[in-house]
Design a binder for this molecule. Sequence first.
Ligand code: AMP
Ligand code: ZN
Ligand code: FE
Ligand code: FE
Length: 273
Amino acid sequence: MSYADLHLHTTFSDGQLSPEALARRVKQCGIAVFAVTDHDTIAGWDEVQAAASRHGLTALPGVELSAWVEDREVHILGYGFDPEHAALRTHFANMVEARRDRMHEMVERLNAINIEMEVETVAALAGSDPAFGRPHVAQALVEGGVVPTFDEAFERYLGRGRPAYVAKPNVSAADVFALLHEAGGIGVLAHPGQWTSGTLLRRLIRAGLDGIEVDHPSHTEVLRSYYSRLARDFGLVQTGGSDYHGHRSGEEENLGAYGLSQAQWEQLAAEAL
Ligand code: AMP
Ligand code: ZN
Ligand code: FE
Ligand code: FE
């Protein structure tokens, strides 16, 4: 049972639930503290705060930023920053615009290989004005009957090296950490088990990394202890969360099952927030 879930998505990026609906589910699962970490945007923050106060929850400002370390894309979870910080807001606005252009380009690339899809179709299933991502296009491919499953949409079309893959802007991890620090926040490496070698981790630490997401559904018990030990050895904070999006099979049971205990949350809040 988790007390704090620090990795959640809403309709402001590729999640399926509004902040209100998410807060209700979070509350039902017995969670007390949550951070919505939409991809490259904090457009949902006002709604998140309002929903948190309606449900008696504590909300921490959060975001999941896309960044690059050389030719590798990593996800950096930002926490505890000032949501009004001007430079951070500019970065989010640029990223959301780039994500919109990228969505158009993905659709064009699909059209070029004779897969019919319209930008409006993707926009309609994505919510009012979200930070678009590949999951939205994947959903359109599934709903259009082009592929049977979400995963297959990535395997055949949207994954790196596939015909409709479009990279996001090459923002360095060091720049992302600097921005977060300037705005009073911290930067944590998301789900390191999906991509991180020791060398990459050391490079990120030199670039300004503050913490590691130790608890995540993609981590085995062995990985969790490994990252927990690395965090202690390198003096990094430890976070955790469910990475719940609402729309993918198998994610429902993750809510309430991943994150931090009350003691871990209190330690994080005291050390870093
Ligand atoms: P984007 O930020 O638009 O590049 O989309 C990345 C998101 O797509 C990730 O956060 C995952 O949630 C999802 N994703 C990436 N690769 C896959 C995959 N192979 N299968 C399913 N979902 C994926
Ligand atoms: Zn996502
Ligand atoms: Fe991620
Ligand atoms: Fe995520």
